[in-house]
Design a protein around this ligand. Structure first.
Ligand code: FAD
Ligand code: COM
Length: 523
C-alpha cells in the first residue's frame, strides 16, 4: 500500500525539509509555526503529545498507525527531540572520534598513522561538523513523520497546557480526549559560583554555543555516563582531562572486573580521576571566561587552571509546567509519577519518556510513548522497564546485560564464569577477545583488545549476565538480552551459529564447555 502522505501535492522532500529547518533554527520567528494539521478531519484528537522527541514521535506514530487521531507539538522545528539535536547523536559522534583517535594515538607514527604525539586535535571542528550535519537527520525525522507516517504536528511552537484536555500553541487552542506529556528532561544545573561563566558547558550548550577552541586542560565534573563519554572524547583529542567525581566513576557497570578493565584503560589514556571531589567555585577572568576551578577533595583543596569546564550531573525531568497546570504528582527527582499504564495522577493525562524518570534511554522513551498511545486507544497495557541491556562509551563501547559476577554469587550457589582474556597471573598481555576494530590492538597492543565475561548458573545452565568492553557488542546484546530473559542456557547458546570473528565470543566459549554435565569455569 502507498505511504499515506508521500504523494500529496504539498509533500516536502528531505532536502526541502532540511532547508526549512535550518531557516527556522536560525530565526524561529521568521518561519513561524510549522503546521501539519488536517483541519478538514472532523474527528477530535484522541491525544495531544506535548513534546515531539522520541517519546512523542513514537507515541504519535503508534497512535496514528492504530487508526487514532493525534497531534504532536514541539518548540523545535523538527521532530525527534534531544536525541538528534544535543544528546545521543552528538554523543556518538564524539565517542566515534574518541575510538578513532585512541587507535591513531596508540599507533602514532607507525603504519599509516600520522604522528599525533604532543598534538591536540580540535574539539570545535568536531562540534561544528556535528552542528552542520545534524539538520540532515532532523529533516529525515520530519519527512518520515509527515510524508511517510502522516503524523499531525505543530512545530516551532512552544505549548502551554491550559487544562487536562486543552493546550495553547502557535496562537491556537487545541483540545483532545487525552494529553500525553512527553516533555523530556534537561541537564541538571551545576550549583557552584561561577557556573555561568563563558567556557562552562553541559552537553546541550557544548553543541549550541561553543565558540572557541578549548585549551590544553579540561575539567569534567561528574562520573556518570555523559561525563565519562565526553571526558574520554576530550582526552582523545590530546587534552589533559581531570574528572572531578563526587562518588565513583563508571559506577553503573554491574560487574566489578568489567568496570575495572574499562577504568584502567581510561587511566592508561591519561585521564585523571579525583574521587570524592566537590566543586567549590569556578573563577573567571576579567572577560568573564573560566580561568580556574577550585575543588575540595579528600586530600584537601585543589585549584586547576583551565578555560573549559564540562559538567554532567544528571538529567532533570521537565515537569514544572505539568505540575503547575495540572497538579500532577512528581517524585523527589522531579519525574512525573505514572502507573503501569503510563497514567499520571491527573485523570486522563498520560506521560512517557525522560519525563517519567529513569532509565532515561531511547528504548524506554520510544516504548513508553507507544504504550501510552495504546492506553489512549483503550488498550489495557502494562509497562515498566526491567532487565534491559545497557551500554556506555569510554574510548570503547562498554555493554552489559543481566547480573554482574558479585550479584550473581549473592543470588546463586553455583556460579560459573567464562571470560576472555583468561586470568593471567604471569602478566602476559593477551590479544583476546579480538574482532573488528580491535585487530590492530590484538596484534600489537594486546592489553587493549577488550574484555568479555559470561556468567552462568551452573545448576540451571542458564546465562545470568554478559559483559563486554570492546566494539560491536551493542548490536548483539539487544537480541541476546531477549534470549537471556527467556531463560537462555549454555547449550542453546552453543547451538547458535557465529560469524567469526565475532566481537562477542560468547557462542564459542559456550560451545567449548557445553559438553560438560557439571559446568566449570573457563576463566
Ligand atoms: P526529548 O527528546 O527531550 O523530547 C522532549 C521534547 O519536548 C523536546 O523536543 C523539546 O523541544 C520539547 N518541549 C519541551 N518543552 C516544550 C514546550 N513547552 N512546548 C513544546 N515542546 C516542548 N539514550 C540512548 O538510548 N542512547 C544514547 O546513546 C544516549 N545518549 C545520550 C547522550 C546524552 C548527552 C544525553 C543527555 C542523553 C542520551 N540518551 C541516550 C538519552 C536519550 O537522549 C533520551 O532518553 C531521549 O532523547 C528522551 O526522549 P524524550 O522524548 O523523552 O525527550
Ligand atoms: C532518533 C529520534 S535520533 S526518534 O526516536 O526517531 O524520534
Amino acid at each position: 500500500m502507498a505511504e499515506p502522505g508521500r504523494n500529496r501535492a504539498d509533500a516536502l522532500s528531505v532536502a526541502q525539509w532540511k532547508e526549512k529547518i535550518e531557516r527556522a533554527l536560525a530565526c524561529p520567528q521568521a518561519v513561524g509555526p510549522i503546521r501539519n494539521i488536517k483541519d478538514e478531519d472532523p474527528r477530535p484528537f484522541d491525544a495531544i503529545f506535548i513534546g515531539g522527541g522520541a517519546a512523542g514521535r513514537f507515541g504519535s506514530a503508534y497512535l496514528r498507525a492504530m487508526g487514532g487521531r493525534q497531534l504532536v507539538i514541539d518548540c523545535w522545528p523538527f521532530l525527534g527531540g534531544a536525541c538528534p539535536h544535543s544528546a545521543c547523536v552528538p554523543h556518538h559522534v564524539f565517542s566515534d572520534c574518541a575510538a578513532e583517535l585512541m587507535l591513531a594515538r596508540s599507533f602514532s607514527g607507525e603504519l599509516w598513522f600520522p604522528d599525533l604525539r604532543e598534538k591536540l586535535t580540535s574539539i570545535k571542528e568536531v562540534v561544528d561538523l556535528f552542528r552542520k550535519g545534524r539538520t540532515g537527520p532532523h529533516a529525515v525525522m520530519n519527512y518520515q513523520s509527515r510524508e511517510q507516517l502522516d503524523i499531525e504536528f505543530l512545530l516551532n511552537a512552544p505549548a502551554r497546557i491550559l487544562d487536562r484536555h486543552t493546550v495553547e500553541a502557535g496562537g491556537e487552542i487545541f483540545r483532545a480526549r487525552h494529553l500525553v506529556l512527553t516533555l523530556g528532561a534537561e541537564a541538571a544545573p551545576l550549583e557552584a559560583p561561577g557556573s555561568e561563566l563563558v567556557g562552562v558547558h553541559n552537553y546541550a550548550t557544548l553543541v549550541e554555543t561553543l565558540d572557541r577552541e578549548p585549551g590544553a586542560t579540561v575539567v569534567v565534573i561528574g562520573g556518570g555516563k555523559t561525563a565519562v563519554e565526553y571526558g574520554c572524547f576530550f582526552n582523545a583529542t590530546g587534552r589533559r582531562v581531570i574528572m572531578l567525581v563526587r562518588n565513583r566513576p563508571l559506577d553503573m557497570i554491574p560487574d566489578r572486573e568489567t568496570r575495572a578493565y574499562a577504568l584502567e584503560r581510561m587511566l592508561q589514556q591519561g585521564i585523571e580521576i579525583i574521587e570524592g571531589a566537590d566543586v567549590v567555585e569556578i573563577v573567571g577572568d576579567s572577560a568573564r571566561r573560566v580561568a580556574r576551578v577550585v575543588a575540595a577533595t579528600p586530600d584537601g583543596p585543589i585549584e586547576i587552571e583551565t578555560d573549559f569546564v564540562f559538567h554532567a550531573l544528571g538529567e532533570r525531568p521537565r515537569s514544572r509546567m505539568a505540575v503547575e497546570a495540572l497538579g500532577v504528582e512528581i517524585d523527589a527527582k522531579g519525574a512525573v509519577i505514572v502507573d503501569e499504564a503510563l497514567q499520571t495522577s491527573a485523570p486522563g493525562v498520560f506521560a512517557a519518556g525522560d519525563l517519567i524518570g529513569s532509565p532515561m534511554e531511547m528504548f524506554k522513551a520510544r516504548k513508553s510513548g507507544a504504550y501510552a498511545a495504546r492506553a489512549v486507544m483503550g488498550e489495557k497495557v502494562s509497562y515498566r522497564p526491567r532487565d534491559w541491556p545497557d551500554f556506555l562509551h569510554t574510548h570503547y563501547e562498554v555493554s552489559w546485560l543481566g547480573l554482574g559476577e558479585e550479584d550473581a554469587r549473592e543470588k546463586f550457589k553455583n556460579v560459573v564464569v567464562m571470560k576472555l582474556p583468561p586470568d593471567n597471573p604471569d602478566g602476559l598481555n593477551i590479544g583476546l577477545p579480538a574482532s573488528d576494530r580491535t585487530m590492530l590492538y590484538a596484534m600489537a597492543r594486546p592489553h587493549m583488545s577488550g574484555f568479555q565475561k559470561l556468567i552462568l548458573d551452573g545448576d540451571s545452565r542458564r546465562v545470568l549476565g554478559a559483559h563486554h568492553v570492546g566494539y560491536g557488542a551493542k548490536d548483539g546484546f539487544q537480541y541476546l538480552n531477549a534470549l537471556v530473559r527467556g531463560g537462555l542456557t549454555i547449550d542453546q547458546l552453543a547451538e547458535m551459529d557465529e560469524l567469526f570473528l565475532n566481537p562477542t565470543y560468547f557462542i564459542q566459549l559456550a560451545r567449548l564447555r557445553a559438553g560438560q554435565p557439571n559446568l566449570t569455569n573457563l576463566a
